[in-house]
Design a protein around this ligand. Structure first.
Ligand SMILES: Cc1cc2nc3c(=O)[nH]c(=O)nc-3n(C[C@H](O)[C@H](O)[C@H](O)COP(=O)(O)OP(=O)(O)OC[C@H]3O[C@@H](n4cnc5c(N)ncnc54)[C@H](O)[C@@H]3O)c2cc1C
Ligand SMILES: NC(=O)c1ccc[n+]([C@@H]2O[C@H](COP(=O)([O-])OP(=O)(O)OC[C@H]3O[C@@H](n4cnc5c(N)ncnc54)[C@H](O)[C@@H]3O)[C@@H](O)[C@H]2O)c1
Length: 460
């Protein structure tokens, strides 16, 4: 058996693993990367990239440019093919990474076996991601169903797509398919977009319903039956939903089954590999990042984790994973974006000390000019600093960047209010929200009026 020694062994070539491997190799470390399936992982092949490409085609169809489902899937394939070389084995080998295209598993606390090789490394990084969770709903195993791993390869256009799960995957896929000409029913066991601010989520759900998508809430799928082309989902309360195709989007499960973690003394929880604030597992040589670490499951979180791992594994420096500054966005139209605490979370954590500053898209001249006046930004502020921001509306996922910076760098509201925004930009909504925080302090204050009166008497 071949024996390989490395500084860093990365298991999994998705968003997190590839960032660690490329960063570490370019900084001079000896890196081995294992990828058992497709380089680029979920995000490139079955997640962010195809879903945003399909949504883009849905937008085109909605604008009247006559795109159909088959053309949209063709576009999805082309987008993946365009990005693929960036994540390819060739590129990584060019960076000096030894790539092994196979699944790896631990055989001891310090060794991983893959194919015919046994690898030891100073640090091992588990970056094996997650897979679609398929719940044990009676009958589901007897009907054809799609997940995010198959929906972008569907041969035929669904006549009526049933989607179990109204989280980000469910609602993004609902709007993309609806705009590409399918009937769509979302079957959500609790509240759709339930992890987001309910007032903002309602704006998205209203828009989706307005486009003809049925969103059924408090409808926990309890039984599935039927045959190809004629599928029924029955909810716990007896409601029955009929469609031609079924997409299951009820969350994720961590990819840990193949890893033989017991051999390495690595503990797990229901969410994934157990990690501490520094992303260390219960084996001190092994770290876990991205979806498999069971926290927020986003590509940019996997990327953020990779930076923390490089800091620790290459430079021996401590690095703590924060979550208070992590944004996320759901790329429906209108978009929904969040960073930090929602209004409810902020009130729970800070009580009466929270002030909510708010500005509506309807008050922004560019939004009026573009006919995109639906939505708002609200910012949760404690002692002059933002602790969270919610934006729903046109390009909310872009506009949240500013608040992500503000939270990451602990900026004050005065920094945002003091920024000069180009007129007429949509992004000015953020400055106006900060302005809304200060206006009562300036315009409703007797003290300010007294000072102005005094100065005016003395100014030449
Ligand atoms: C439909 C959908 C849409 C999404 N949209 C967004 C979005 O818009 N924005 C966003 O930020 N996030 C989005 N996400 C989430 C995002 O895709 C994930 O958070 C991200 O891919 C996680 O990266 P990762 O590196 O942890 O795992 P992955 O990217 O899944 O990579 C893990 C890799 O490890 C490999 N692997 C597993 N086990 C082994 C083993 N034993 N040996 C070797 N290799 C192994 C797998 O084959 C895989 O390639 C979306 C997800 C889905 C499903
Ligand atoms: N834009 C983005 O960044 C983006 C897009 C898609 C996915 N993602 C990532 O992927 C993760 C997974 O997304 P998801 O939408 O699959 O999961 P999710 O956990 O966010 O939502 C799943 C939904 O399914 C519902 N559900 C569970 N069991 C059910 C049942 N039996 N019947 C009816 N409803 C049921 C839940 O109540 C929940 O609302 C997200 O949390 C996110 O991290 C991100």
């Amino acid at each position: 058996m071949e024996r390989i020694k490395a500084d860093i062994l990365v298991i999994g070539g998705g968003s997190g693993g590839l960032s660690v491997a490329s960063g570490a190799a370019q900084m001079g470390a000896d890196v081995v990367l294992l990828e058992g399936h497709k380089m680029g992982g979920d995000c490139l092949n079955y997640g962010c990239v195809p879903s945003k490409a399909l949504l883009a085609m849905g937008k085109r169809a909605h604008a009247g440019t006559g795109t159909n489902h088959a053309e949209a899937l063709d576009h999805v394939r082309k987008v993946i093919a365009t990005i693929e070389p960036h994540d390819s084995v060739e590129r990584f080998e060019g960076l000096g990474v030894r790539v092994i295209s196979d699944y790896g598993h631990f055989v001891s606390p310090t060794e991983v076996e893959v194919g015919g090789a046994r690898i030891t490394a100073r640090r091992i990084v588990i970056a094996t991601g997650s897979s679609p969770l398929v719940p044990p709903i009676p009958g589901l195993d007897k009907v054809p169903y799609e997940t995010n791993e198959t929906i972008f390869d569907l041969e035929e256009t669904p006549g009526h797509l049933l989607i179990i799960g109204g989280g980000p995957i469910g609602v993004e896929m609902a709007q993309a398919h609806r705009r590409l000409g399918c009937d769509v029913t979302v079957i959500e066991g609790m509240k759709a977009l339930g992890k987001d601010d309910p007032e903002a989520a309602a704006v998205v759900l209203d828009a989706l319903r307005g486009e003809g998508i049925a969103i059924e809430e408090d409808a926990m799928a309890d039984e599935v039956r039927g045959k190809p082309g004629a599928i029924e989902v029955e909810a716990k309360d007896g409601r029955i939903f009929k469609g031609t195709h079924l997409l299951v989007a009820v969350g994720r499960k961590p990819n840990i089954d193949r890893l033989n973690l017991e051999a390495a003394g690595i503990e797990t929880t229901r969410a994934g590999v157990k990690v501490d604030a520094r992303l260390r597992t219960t084996n001190r040589r092994v770290l876990a990042i991205g979806d498999v670490a069971g926290g927020l499951q986003f590509t940019h979180v996997a990327g953020y984790h990779s930076g923390l791992v490089i800091r620790q594994a290459l430079f021996g420096l401590p690095a703590k994973a924060r979550t208070d500054h992590i944004p996320w966005a759901t790329y429906t139209d209108p978009e929904l974006a969040q960073v930090g605490l929602t209004e409810a979370e902020a009130r729970e954590a800070h009580g009466d000390r929270v002030e909510v500053a708010r500005f509506d898209y309807a008050g922004n001249d560019r939004a009026i000019a573009e006919g995109r006046t639906v939505g708002f930004v609200k910012v949760m502020v404690v002692k002059g600093r933002p602790v969270g921001a919610t934006i729903v509306g046109h390009q909310a996922g872009e506009h949240i960047n500013l608040w992500a910076l503000a939270l990451a760098s602990k900026l004050k509201m005065s920094a945002i209010a003091g920024m000069v925004s180009p007129y007429p930009s949509l992004g000015e909504i953020n400055k106006r929200a900060a302005g809304a925080y200060f206006s009562p302090r300036l315009f409703d204050s007797k003290g300010v009026k007294r000072v102005v009166g005094f100065v005016q008497r003395w100014l030449p």
